[in-house]
Design a binder for this molecule. Structure first.
Ligand SMILES: [Zn+2]
Length: 157
């Protein structure tokens, strides 16, 4: 279901399906919010190569306190670790978005819908209020990543 979405320009937090008086992450007033459509019109996502498998992803120009996300490419799967705050349909599609935390979920719900990606987060993180408006794949189910030859990635913590 399509819902309104706002982005706090102070911190980059996305509010999906609700319009609070203050940003639930940084407390900035709603006068600092832009719609996700305005965000997509003003910001884009750029990748900076880290090595042949890893690319750092950032909103350009920088969007609030957003920290970098990463795209990791294997022979079988492209996954992101964390997610940019801005939604850019021109990015290369990803199979899975994995979160290391529950604070900044970026525009992961929009990427998920657009690219039909899995969104994975630790089940203990998925119930926080800051996750409101975001949906995740079954956090207890073995992920697509479990089939990868990535012994250093802990999939089900
Ligand atoms: Zn904020």
């Amino acid at each position: 279901m399509e819902t309104e979405q706002y982005v706090c320009t102070v911190c980059g937090y996305n509010m999906a399906g609700y319009y609070p008086g203050h940003c639930p992450f940084c407390g900035a007033g709603r006068e600092t919010f832009i719609t996700s459509e305005e965000c997509s019109g003003s910001f884009h996502v750029e990748g900076t190569e880290v090595n042949e498998y890893v690319t750092r992803l950032s909103s350009i120009p920088s969007l609030g306190l957003e920290h970098a996300a990463y795209r990791v490419e294997t022979d079988e799967t492209i996954f992101w670790i964390d997610c940019p705050s801005s939604f850019d349909v021109d990015v290369r599609s990803m199979d899975v978005i994995m979160f290391t935390h529950h604070h900044f979920l970026g525009a992961s719900n929009q990427y998920r819908n657009h690219f039909t990606s899995e969104v994975r987060i630790h089940k203990a993180d998925s119930s926080f209020e800051l996750c409101r408006g975001f949906t995740f794949d079954d956090t207890s189910r073995p992920s697509l990543l479990s089939s990868l030859n990535c012994p250093n990635i802990i999939v089900n913590c």
